[in-house]
Design a protein around this ligand. Structure first.
Ligand code: TYC
Length: 97
């Protein structure tokens, strides 16, 4: 019989670490642009995207997905690039899951 600790050790050898991508609220990015970002970069449905956007707007940040480091980092950069191109200050960050 393996202990919980041993099982966690085995899992960490097999599975890559996971990272949360968090979207941050600001006063200038339009709600429609945030919904577009969530649909196009994070592959959310319109309904999910609208709910996440409202959550971030009210609570200042919110999770838009959980990915391996490289994928999470790419999403953060895609958000910055698209926001910069459209003149919005929208930012996303990474957090270890
Ligand atoms: N607070 C923004 C507004 O009122 C909307 C917004 C929501 C901006 C989520 C960023 O991550 C964000 N227009």
């Amino acid at each position: 019989m393996s202990t919980k600790h041993e099982l966690e050790g085995e899992l960490s050898l097999r599975e890559p670490k996971q990272y949360l991508v968090l979207l941050l609220n600001d006063d200038y990015t339009s709600m429609d642009f945030v919904i577009d970002v969530l649909m196009n970069i994070f592959h959310k449905s319109y309904q999910e995207a609208e709910q996440i956007m409202i959550d971030v707007h009210k609570k200042d940040k919110g999770v838009c997905g959980v990915y391996t480091y490289e994928v999470a980092e790419t999403k953060v950069m895609q958000v910055s690039k698209l926001a910069r191109e459209q003149g919005f200050p929208l930012k996303a960050t990474l957090e270890e899951a």
